[in-house]
Write a protein that binds this ligand. Structure first.
Ligand SMILES: *Cc1c(COP(=O)(O)O)cnc(C)c1O
Length: 239
């Protein structure tokens, strides 16, 4: 085993223990929570090691980094999630490798993703990114639609050819009423998910929680946690 493989295996084991403990504390089955490893800023060689160690879901937030990495790893049995703010001029590239886009937050993006998914004959899973620090009309600083805009956007995704509405995603806000209150934020996301599933029962993914707050996300009911630093280490540059 290379040093890097040993390091990643040890980190993965720690994260696995945290998820298992959080599930046990919440009375949830471990199988209800899927780990997505956020590999942004780390090389394709790390993605390959993670795959060897049994990771099946990876996430990236910048197309410039993600596109070559996904190409270098196209032989691996991985599901690729795109979790960053997405400009429409990057949609063609992203649809080429992303199985899911977790950062859907405006109608223009839905239109662009749909058009490109149809053109490439791909089906793209979509999560609506919710900005819990946004006012009812505007978008959040780090992307995401305000809670009041979720229903309209979800209906749009559900009707769009080539797209599949899979659920909701959020990043715990740094400002506003939920600052420092991750669990309350994630519980709000769960309430929005309950509302969403009335109209769209299959859209049951709830993506919440990162290295620092995965326990709060699991306690609130998240189905997917997105963990970068705790598996790969502190990122060499801002990702
Ligand atoms: C980077 C990132 C993560 C992972 O964050 P860590 O704190 O490194 O675990 C999760 N979600 C999104 C949207 C990210 O950009």
């Amino acid at each position: 085993m290379t040093d890097r493989k040993g390091e990643l295996a040890a980190n993965l084991a720690k994260v696995e223990n945290r998820i298992a403990a959080a599930c046990a504390a919440a009375g949830r089955d471990r199988a209800e929570v899927t780990l997505i490893v956020v590999t942004k800023t780390y090389p394709a060689s790390d993605v390959r090691i993670l795959s060897e160690l049994g990771v099946r879901h990876v996430a990236e937030n910048r197309d410039q980094d993600a596109a070559p990495k996904a190409a270098a790893c196209s032989d691996l049995p991985l599901t690729w999630h795109f979790v960053g703010q997405l400009q429409t001029n990057k949609v063609r590239s992203v649809v080429g490798y992303a199985d899911l886009v977790q950062s859907v937050d405006r109608s223009k993006l839905v239109t662009a993703l749909s058009k490109e998914a149809v053109r490439q004959e791909r089906e793209v899973g979509c999560l609506i990114q919710v900005a819990l620090d946004a006012g009812e009309s505007r978008r959040g600083e780090r992307g995401g639609v305000a809670p009041g805009g979720v229903e309209e956007l979800a209906d749009l995704v559900a009707k769009a050819p080539g797209l599949r509405l899979d659920g909701l995603m959020t990043v715990a806000p740094l400002t506003g009423e939920y600052a420092g209150r991750q669990q309350a934020a994630f519980e709000r996301l769960m309430d929005l998910s309950t509302d969403l599933r009335r109209a769209h029962p299959a859209a049951n993914m709830v993506s919440a929680g990162m290295s620092a707050d995965l326990e709060e996300a699991v306690a609130a009911g998240a189905t997917h946690v997105r963990v970068g630093t705790a598996v790969l280490g502190v990122r060499p540059r801002l990702g």
